[in-house]
Ligand binder design. Structure first.
Ligand code: AMP
Ligand code: MG
Length: 324
């Protein structure tokens, strides 16, 4: 009798606390986006985040004639919104930090390989040699909201999604959302935790099939760059979308994917692209020197390497090595 009473008392309490969870999926920034929000005002918060992401897409899409980036590339320089100027500044900062392994002026190269408009093809040596001198983030100058491209053209594809997910997460927090997960085509951002536990996010296996592991995220993001995300095949060889700005070709650094974990999604996005280009040795040198982020590397031979700061936050499926 006593036990039933206790149950009856507790059950309504659980019902009252059962968190509402709403999910929305849409296509923006050339990718599928999925946002999950827990809490009562979820629907309204989701609408706000969705419109914000469409707004940022319209502002940053290189191929959209109405976008600021389109206008900037067409004119070679001029006034942009403070947001676009800030994003370009951040991109240049990450460029400097990574010895320009991350370089948003790769646009002529992504064009040449057809990654920009899906007209995939292997360019000739001469075409690459002609495009390389147009690449170099050092040419770009940002002063207030004025940007001068110095003859370069920019492609923000390696950082825009991370930056946008940060914006959308801020907007959710401003609306009182304490628990949400934003997945912008592999750029995952966790707001708070999920029902008192970290959000669980899988790191994909580049060959498909079983995940290589699962990350625990609380108020943090995980961004993956991998050779399997966008690629084409020509004469039996695979060409992927992450270009080494120094060679003008898809980076061949012995990695299949890099997942960067940190609190700042724009940094995580820029760094995931950069570390992929740099390869594991240089990436680890940067990690030791700068810190502020952690990473999961999947090497070409299938080996999984995890930086020491993820100890206890990475659950492996097929084994891994911790790097220090
Ligand atoms: P991500 O998927 O974040 O690694 O970014 C890849 C996208 O960034 C490509 O589709 C290009 O638009 C652009 N990109 C490719 N290589 C680079 C690079 N080395 N630095 C900056 N952006 C790049
Ligand atoms: Mg990136």
């Amino acid at each position: 009798m006593k036990r039933i009473a206790a149950l009856l008392l507790i059950l309504p309490l659980f019902a009252a606390c059962a968190p509402r969870e709403d999910k929305r999926t849409f296509f923006a920034m050339d990718t599928v986006m999925e946002i999950t929000v827990c809490g009562e005002a979820a629907d309204e918060a989701l609408s706000a985040a969705e419109s914000e992401l469409f707004r940022l897409d319209g502002m940053l899409a290189r191929g959209d004639e109405g976008s600021e980036v389109y206008a900037l590339n067409a004119s070679g320089g001029g006034e942009v919104s403070p947001e676009t100027a800030e994003l370009i500044s951040r991109a240049l900062e990450i460029g400097g930090l990574t010895d320009w392994a991350f370089d948003v002026t790769v646009a002529p190269l992504t064009d040449l390989w057809g990654f920009y408009d899906q007209s995939y093809r292997v360019p000739t040596e001469e075409e690459i040699a002609a495009a390389l001198p147009l690449v170099g983030g050092e040419r770009v100058e940002v002063s207030g909201s004025r940007v001068e491209l110095g003859g370069a053209k920019i492609d923000l594809g390696g950082i825009a999604k991370g930056w946008a997910s940060q914006r959308a997460a801020e907007l959710l927090r401003e609306r009182g959302v304490a628990s949400a997960l934003l997945n912008l085509g592999g750029n995952v951002q966790a707001v708070g935790s999920h029902r008192g536990k970290p959000w669980r996010v899988a790191v994909q296996n580049p060959d498909g099939g079983e995940y290589v592991g699962v990350l625990d995220l609380t108020d943090a993001c995980a961004v993956t760059s991998g050779d399997y995300q966008r690629f084409f095949e020509d004469n039996g060889k695979i060409y992927h979308h992450i270009i080494d700005p120094k060679t003008g070709r898809p980076a061949e650094s012995g990695l299949r994917s890099v997942t960067v974990v940190c609190a700042d999604a724009a940094l995580a996005d820029g760094l995931s692209t950069a570390l992929f280009v740099m390869g594991m040795d240089k990436a680890l040198e940067l990690w030791r020197a700068e810190g502020g982020f952690e990473a999961v590397f999947v090497a070409a031979d299938g080996g999984v390497y995890v930086t020491a700061g993820l100890e206890g936050r990475f659950e492996s499926r097929g084994g891994y090595k911790t790097v220090k």
